[in-house]
Every structure is written in structure tokens, then in C-alpha cells.
Design a protein around this ligand. Structure first.
Ligand SMILES: Nc1ncnc2c1ncn2[C@@H]1O[C@H](COP(=O)(O)OP(=O)(O)OP(=O)(O)O)[C@@H](O)[C@H]1O
Ligand SMILES: [Mg+2]
Length: 506
């Protein structure tokens, strides 16, 4: 018998007339890990928000263990043993782990005040019970994304969830963090929990799930035992045809040096080695330099210093031969350096502003006359971008009403359209489906052809190997290889550098 059964779920968003779920039937067995897949905007998050009581369906019903249930709010979902980790984390950076975990169900002292000690003790007990290792007194702002994820999971386990919903939990994790998460999920399943996981990575579906449900344009198009489908078939089911990532890379016409890092160092507190260790890097006009590395080896720090969010400890950064080492993010943007952050929601967008406003942030001076926004021009610009990047919906709606993948496309579209000679991409296709990724790759190749200098930081080796002219590998904060991506460079070779098994001292 099904543990969870959703029947005939239909949901239309009146704000934009999008039919996000159309007569969806969805079943999950007790004690299974069930994957939910589909392209950006297919309706996955909506279905899960309905299950978690965040959205109300127009029609349809939910049964839990054969009993019809009404789920009007996350609180009611919680009482029924349902917990959800959202596509975008909702932790409060200035609170400790314990404070975040107990938020809403805090133990209080004398009926009024948060009982800090009790909160910490009870959170510590849950951490031990499930075999996590993390200190509940740490503040969330000090954590890595992998740890934040763990906190989100602890948060729902603290509420005694039986059914855990994870919306794209792996899109911001490194390969090792993903393996850790999967160990946790298997353990949870083994002790009797049920897991629903949304992901775009079909390899992960194969690896972690027992069954898989595929959605397309608001409908369920297939339910399979995972062992009986391969990745190719899954992607065919998702998009209606077999999709494979293919990029055409014309030879580069390399120009002047646009961005140069010279002996850049970044020291971390309490680290045995520098986070960035004498990094030399040059990106020329018309060249795409791809930096590969396993998480924790300096990619995130490289992103921070090149984008001006963190000051280097020593060394210099030059743009067109001029020193920009001490400029902050705002000043760099004014100079025309574009940046697509890995953490697009916090660094890249304002969720309550409209799609249009988010699109013109980088270039709004183009739409000002005498300090007044020329609304019609701005809207026209936004509509054209939306159309080119196949972003659904009206550009006047808040960007927060778009699906996760479409929010990312808005930011990518904006940065790709800004007039600049340099652009930094960090993990440009995190959270994007195959078709959108391919589209983004084509745009990247296009701007490279126009002579932009591009620095691409990515944990996705296939991405780097198919896009980069020059390949740089980082290990423990150092550049350990710099290779021309001639086609003779294999994934295995790059992998050896990434793991520190091999090193050229350039
Ligand atoms: N709050 C909202 N208001 C209006 N429309 C919405 C809202 N949330 C989602 N939608 C629309 O419903 C459709 C389905 O969105 P949903 O977030 O469920 O997709 P998804 O499958 O999770 O996609 P992704 O992989 O990009 O996260 C999209 O067209 C989206 O724009
Ligand atoms: Mg989603």
C-alpha cells in the first residue's frame, strides 16, 4: 500500500495564469527514497509545497497511510510527520544552529524566554541520535553550504518527521558533500523514514532512489523503478526527446590580457595552509579560462577575491593593466566586470523585486533619463531578454514567483547582456536542466566569440572540458596545473590533478 498518495492535484497560479500542476497523481511507498524529476518549471516544487501545506491546490486530495488528510499549513504538515528542506535555504545567519533548529518550537523558560541551554541540549541529542557531527553552538553564517544543509535536515528531524522532502538538495553541494548527504539519506531510510528528493542530476537519481516520478509541464509523465530506466530514457521522458549536452567550440582568437592575478594569497584564520597560495592567473580577451577543483580547494575563495567580496592578503589583481586589487564588488561592477555568483539568490537577486527590475539592475543607467526610469524601454529590454532566454511569465511579476531554475536564468541573462569585457561565472548551471544548461553554454560561447574574457569556476568537469580554452586546476589553494584544452586532455588526467595525485609547478 502506498504510504503517501496525492490524487488529481491541480494548481493554477492566478498571478500569472500558470497551470503548475495538472491532475497530478503521485505515490510514495513507506521506506523508499523516491526521486521527483523534471525540467525547470515542470511543477515539482509546487507539488511538494502543496504536500507541505505551503500552497493550496485548486483540486485534488492527499492520503497518508490510506487516510484522507487536510494539510493547510506547514504546521499541520509537521504534525502529520512531514518535513521539507527548501530549494533555497531559510536559515537565519546570525542565529546559532540550535536557535535555528528550534525556531518556532522553542523551549521557553518561565513561559517567555528562549531557554538557550535546553535548546542546545535537545538539539545536541538529536544530532547524536542520527549520527551527525556538528556543534550546535556555531552560528549559521560560519557554516559551509554542506553544513547548512545538514542543519536544515536536523531541523526537520527535530520535529520528528517521518517523511522528508528535499527540494534540489545537491545543487549547491560539492561531490564529497553529496556523498555525505546520500549516506545520511540511506541511513534515514534504513531506520524507517521515507524520502522524496528533487534533483536535476540523473546520475543521482540512479544512485540514490528506488523509484522515480517524472513530471513535464505540470503533469506526471512516468513512474518507474529506478533500476529499470537509464539516464538517457529519463532525460527523454523529461524533455520529450533524448537530450545530450553538446557544445560547439570554435578556436579562440586570443587578445590582450584583460584580467590578471599575480601571486594572490588569501590567509584563513586557523588554517594550516593559505586558502589561496600564490595564485597566478591570466584571462585574455576572447579566452575562456576554466578553473576546476574539488570543493574546499580554493574555488570559492577565488570567486570571492575576483568579485571583490574579499580582500586578498597579498598579491595583485589587474584589469586592463590597471590595479583593481583594493576595489570592492560595487566598484568592480562600475568598472564593467560582470559576475554570476554560485549563490545566485543571496548575491545575485532581490526576490521581492520584479523580473524586470532584477534584469536591469546591472545596466539601469541605460534606461534613465534625467534620473527617471524610462519604463517602456526597460520593459521592452526585459521582455526581449525573457524571450531570448525562454523565461516564462510576465516580467512585471516578482522574481520570487518564478521556478528556481528560471530565477537563475534571469540573473544569467542579465549578466550576459551587460556591456563588459570580463565576466566571472561560478557554477553557471547549478540547478538548471539539460536544455537550459545547453542554452547557457551557447550564450557563453557567443560572448567569448565577441571577445569577452571569461573566467569559469566549476566543479563540473564535463562543463569545463567542453567550454574552456585553458584549463586550470586548483588543489589546496594552489594552481597545480595549467593546460591548453586541446582535446588531448582527458577527464582522468584532470581528476588526478584535482585529487592532488599529480602536480606541475608552473
Ligand atoms: N508563487 C508563484 N506564483 C506564480 N507562479 C508560480 C509560483 N511558483 C511557481 N510558479 C510557476 O509555476 C510553474 C512551476 O514552478 P515550480 O516552481 O513548481 O517548478 P519546478 O519544477 O520546481 O522548477 P525548477 O526545476 O526550476 O525549480 C512555473 O511556471 C512557475 O513560474
Ligand atoms: Mg523547483
Amino acid at each position: 500500500m502506498a504510504y503517501l498518495r496525492m490524487r488529481g492535484i491541480t494548481k493554477m497560479y492566478p498571478e500569472n495564469n500558470v497551470l503548475a500542476n495538472a491532475e497530478v497523481d503521485f505515490e510514495v511507498r513507506r521506506n523508499e527514497i523516491h526521486a521527483l524529476v523534471g525540467e525547470n518549471g515542470a511543477g515539482k516544487s509546487t507539488l511538494m509545497k502543496i504536500l507541505y501545506g505551503l500552497e493550496r491546490p485548486d483540486r485534488g486530495g492527499i492520503e497518508l497511510e490510506g487516510r484522507p488528510v487536510h494539510i493547510g499549513s506547514p504546521l499541520e504538515a509537521g504534525r502529520l510527520g512531514i518535513g521539507m528542506v527548501h530549494q533555497h535555504f531559510r536559515l537565519i545567519p546570525d542565529f546559532t544552529i540550535a536557535e535555528n533548529v528550534v525556531l518556532g518550537v522553542e523551549p521557553v523558560r518561565r513561559g517567555l524566554f528562549l531557554d538557550r541551554e535546553k535548546a542546545q541540549a535537545s538539539v545536541r541529542a538529536v544530532i547524536q541520535e542520527y549520527g551527525f557531527s556538528i556543534d550546535p553552538s556555531l552560528r549559521v553564517r560560519e557554516l559551509t553550504v554542506g553544513q547548512m544543509q545538514v542543519v536544515e535536515i536536523i531541523k526537520i528531524l527535530y520535529r520528528r518527521a517521518q517523511l522528508l522532502i528535499l527540494d534540489e538538495p545537491t545543487s549547491v553541494l560539492t561531490a564529497q558533500q553529496i556523498q555525505k548527504l546520500f549516506l545520511t539519506l540511506r541511513h534515514l531510510r534504513d531506520i524507517g523514514k521515507t524520502v522524496i528528493i528533487i534533483t536535476h542530476k540523473l546520475g543521482e537519481v540512479k544512485e540514490i532512489s528506488e523509484r522515480v516520478t517524472v513530471m513535464r509541464a505540470g503533469r506526471v509523465v512516468a513512474v518507474r523503478d529506478t533500476a529499470e530506466v537509464d539516464e538517457r530514457e529519463l532525460s527523454r521522458l523529461m524533455v520529450g526527446k533524448a537530450a545530450s549536452l553538446q557544445v560547439r567550440r570554435e578556436p579562440a582568437a586570443r587578445g590582450r590580457a584583460v584580467l590578471e592575478l599575480r601571486q594572490v594569497c588569501l590567509l584563513g584564520r586557523g588554517q594550516d595552509h593559505p586558502l589561496l597560495d600564490r595564485v597566478d592567473l591570466t584571462v585574455h580577451a576572447g579566452e575562456l579560462v576554466g578553473v576546476a577543483g574539488v570543493g574546499g580547494n580554493g574555488l570559492a575563495e577565488l570567486e570571492d577575491v575576483v568579485s571583490g567580496l574579499r580582500r586578498v592578503s597579498s598579491g595583485r589583481i589587474l584589469h586592463d593593466g590597471q590595479e583593481i586589487t583594493r576595489l570592492d564588488a560595487r566598484e568592480l561592477r562600475r568598472r564593467g566586470l560582470a559576475y554570476v555568483p554560485a549563490d545566485r539568490l543571496h548575491r545575485g537577486s532581490s526576490l521581492t523585486s520584479s523580473v524586470m527590475e532584477n534584469m536591469i539592475i546591472a545596466s539601469h543607467h541605460r534606461f534613465l533619463r534625467g534620473g527617471v526610469l524610462r519604463r517602456r524601454q526597460a520593459e521592452g529590454f526585459a521582455s526581449r531578454l525573457a524571450e531570448r532566454f525562454s523565461i516564462e511569465g510576465d516580467p512585471r511579476v516578482p522574481i520570487g514567483t518564478l521556478s528556481g531554475g528560471n530565477i537563475q536564468k534571469v540573473i544569467l541573462a542579465r549578466e550576459l547582456a551587460s556591456r563588459t569585457d570580463f565576466i566571472l561565472f561560478s557554477e553557471p548551471t547549478w540547478g538548471l536542466d539539460v536544455a537550459s544548461s545547453e542554452f547557457i553554454y551557447e550564450r557563453i560561447m557567443e560572448i567569448r566569440g565577441q571577445g569577452l574574457a571569461i573566467l569559469l569556476l566549476s566543479s563540473n568537469l564535463d562543463e569545463i572540458l567542453s567550454l574552456a580554452d585553458t584549463l586550470v586546476v586548483m588543489y589546496r589553494g594552489r594552481v597545480v596545473a595549467r593546460l591548453a584544452n586541446s582535446g588531448a586532455v582527458s577527464k582522468e588526467l584532470v581528476g588526478e590533478y584535482m585529487l592532488g595525485l599529480k602536480e606541475d609547478r608552473p
